[in-house]
Write a protein that binds this ligand. Structure first.
Ligand SMILES: [Zn+2]
Length: 371
């Protein structure tokens, strides 16, 4: 390990330390995932010239989680190896199912055998476990396989942008200033690295990181849609040229990613005690945000059409999730989040920003937005 890798290893030692993927069969996959995420950091960095170095790597931990930290003067983003495997496994198995986007590629090439994701859910979260589920399978149709890589990229980019949001908006600097060595962890069961903030503040920071991620993801999508040289984005041409297509498939991938974090039945009193807003509430805020960004940038009168595309993509995402997990549908938690109590919950998170924003000012890089 080089010096930076050693520091990363120290920084995340409590959650497993650095994952030595170089010694696994998946070296190439991790190198390419890292390239996707570091490119995204580079894309954002252009706007923040005062942003210090950020070191991104994988943590040797099979659970679904990611974290951002300030350690010995440098910023770190740690993605659990389990998160990477869960995302890859989920999209590969979903796109091997004939019922998912049957219009894409030749579904007759896909086999009928059932597919189940290799994940186990325990009291401390979701873990990647290759002994569980069906054997790793990837779509036989080339185009469906390309869609998997596309969804993986969208998800990894979103995840790194979310963690980057915690750094750039000053969340990580702020928690480090009140409790030295504290890390921003995406799941609160890891109490060692929990941010220990009042839930109302922590949840509004999470909303802020999601908003940051969605805005930058949109800028990237928009750049691809308008690019004259799609080859450099390493994806089939048709992915990039149609913004309705882009909004639908982006929403599908992000829905499936959030669905991994479990869509529990909404209990707003219970939710108020947590560090993160309920996943379905976050998903609704993200869908509202991406729809609005597309509306502003493209044709205003098509707002309903984009909103419908994005919401329908979530419904497709739920169906696809059920195909590989055999769970019961939880789409009602998403529709519930649309209703009055859900809307009230969302507006309280947005309102808390007035209390959160002044805390972040000394630690943020660049302007903080209004909400
Ligand atoms: Zn977060």
């Amino acid at each position: 390990m080089n010096n930076q890798e050693n520091l990363f290893n120290e920084c995340f030692s409590k959650s497993g330390g650095r994952f030595n993927y170089e010694e696994t069969h998946y070296n190439g996959d991790f190198v390419s995932a890292k390239h996707i995420m570091n490119s995204m950091i580079g894309f954002v960095r252009n706007k923040y010239s005062n942003l210090p170095e950020i070191h991104l790597d994988f943590i040797d931990n099979p659970s679904l989680n990611a974290a951002a930290a300030l350690y010995k003067g440098s910023y770190y983003i740690g993605i659990n190896a389990g998160t990477f495997f869960l995302i890859a496994d989920l999209f590969m198995k979903v796109m091997s199912c004939k019922s998912v986007f049957p219009e894409i590629g030749d579904i007759l090439l896909e086999i009928d055998e059932e597919k189940k994701i290799s994940a186990s859910l325990t009291f401390s979260g979701l873990f990647y476990n290759s002994d569980i589920g069906t054997a790793f399978s990837e779509p036989r149709d080339k185009l469906r396989l390309e869609h998997c890589y596309y969804y993986q990229s969208i998800t990894l980019e979103y995840l790194v942008l979310h963690e980057l949001g915690h750094i750039i908006r000053g969340h990580v600097g702020y928690i480090d200033s009140i409790r030295k060595g504290a890390q921003w962890s995406e799941l609160e069961y890891e109490s060692e690295s929990n941010n220990n903030l009042p839930p109302s503040i922590s949840q509004t920071f999470e909303m802020d990181a999601d908003s940051f991620a969605t805005n930058w993801a949109f800028l990237k999508l928009n750049r691809i849609i308008n690019s004259k040289d799609l080859k450099k984005y390493r994806q089939p041409d048709y992915f990039g040229q149609d913004w309705l297509f882009a909004s639908e498939h982006w929403s599908f991938a992000i829905y499936l990613f959030f669905r991994l974090f479990n869509f529990n039945q909404l209990d707003f009193e219970e939710s108020k005690k947590k560090s993160h807003p309920p996943s379905s509430i976050r998903m609704i805020m993200i869908l509202n945000n991406i729809t609005e960004l597309f509306r502003k940038t493209y044709k205003v009168e098509l707002r309903d059409e984009v909103a419908k595309k994005c919401f329908d993509a979530s419904l497709k995402g739920e169906k696809a999730f059920l195909e590989v997990t055999f769970q019961k549908s939880k789409i009602n938690t998403l529709t519930d989040a649309f209703n009055e109590p859900g809307r009230e919950y969302i507006s309280s998170i947005l309102k808390n920003w007035d209390d959160a924003k002044p805390l972040l000012k000394p630690h943020a890089f660049g302007e903080l937005p209004p909400y």
